[in-house]
Design a protein around this ligand. Structure first.
Ligand code: KIV
Length: 248
């Protein structure tokens, strides 16, 4: 099972809790950096966060998303971008969105150069201005297109495939027909693995996707702890602990 991370502290917790794969997803643009969508995040941002996450991981597989426009313009761009991720972080693989012919060619080249690539089909958030955040592949033509792209990505050499926000029947069909693992997010329960954005399951996101179960409401817990601290400090009797005093 897989989750996202964008900093050392959370990565360390996920790793210790037994998460198999930690993705430095470009969703960090929204949940960590406060942007409206994933498009503004840069390669330098991704590398900075991936380095922090890498320092927190002892066991899990670290995968890093290539950000918008760092790999779509040309295969040469993609090679250089991916090369920087592998040279400057502990990433064991990268993830790219899309399965159209030029992307398939680029992925083939990356894999041939020894860089493990994870694919991402269905709702691809870097195309938000074209497709929105709606379910994808929910008519026969669109489902066939995603299925064909999945086959093409396997042929190009991806080692796993994220399927985001597609009908569970389509996710089952793709999962059963591919020789590589599928990892679902909003794609039903029958993919080989599951991934969610950690901020969503911890109750730290501004917007909760309908397919992400909230396991704890950290917004409530942190707000109440910070309010208690503020009340304490405002008391005339407040006395900060000194470093040589035992904690209360
Ligand atoms: O950026 C991201 O968080 C993702 C999801 C698949 C979790 O790509």
């Amino acid at each position: 099972m897989a989750l996202t991370a964008s900093d050392y502290a959370i990565a360390k917790l996920l790793d210790k809790a037994g998460v198999d794969l930690i993705l430095v997803g470009d969703s960090l643009a929204m949940v960590t950096l406060g942007y409206k969508n994933t498009l503004p995040v840069t390669l330098d941002d991704m590398i900075h966060h991936a380095q922090a996450v890498g320092r927190g991981i002892e066991r899990a597989l670290l995968i890093v998303d290539l950000p918008f426009l760092s790999y779509q313009v040309s295969t040469e761009d993609a090679m250089r971008t991916a090369g920087r991720v592998f040279k400057e972080t502990d990433a064991k693989g990268i993830k790219l969105e899309g399965g159209y012919p030029d992307m398939v060619k680029t992925i083939r080249k990356l894999v041939q150069a020894g860089m493990p690539v994870m694919g991402h089909l269905g709702l691809t958030p870097q195309s938000v201005h074209q497709i929105g955040y709606r379910i994808q592949g929910n008519n026969p033509k669109a489902a066939t297109e995603i299925w064909e792209q999945a086959q093409a990505l396997v042929d190009a050499g991806v080692f796993a495939l994220v399927l985001e926000n597609v009908p569970s029947e389509l996710a089952i069909k793709i999962t059963e027909s591919l020789p590589i693992p599928t990892i679902g997010i909003g794609a039903g329960k029958d993919c080989d693995g599951q991934i969610l954005v950690t901020h969503d399951i911890l109750g730290l996101s501004d917007w909760q996707p309908p397919f992400a179960r909230k396991y704890v409401d950290l917004t409530e817990i942190i707000t109440s702890a910070v309010q208690k601290y503020c009340q304490d400090v405002r008391q005339p009797s407040y006395r900060a602990l000194r470093s040589n005093e035992p904690p209360e």
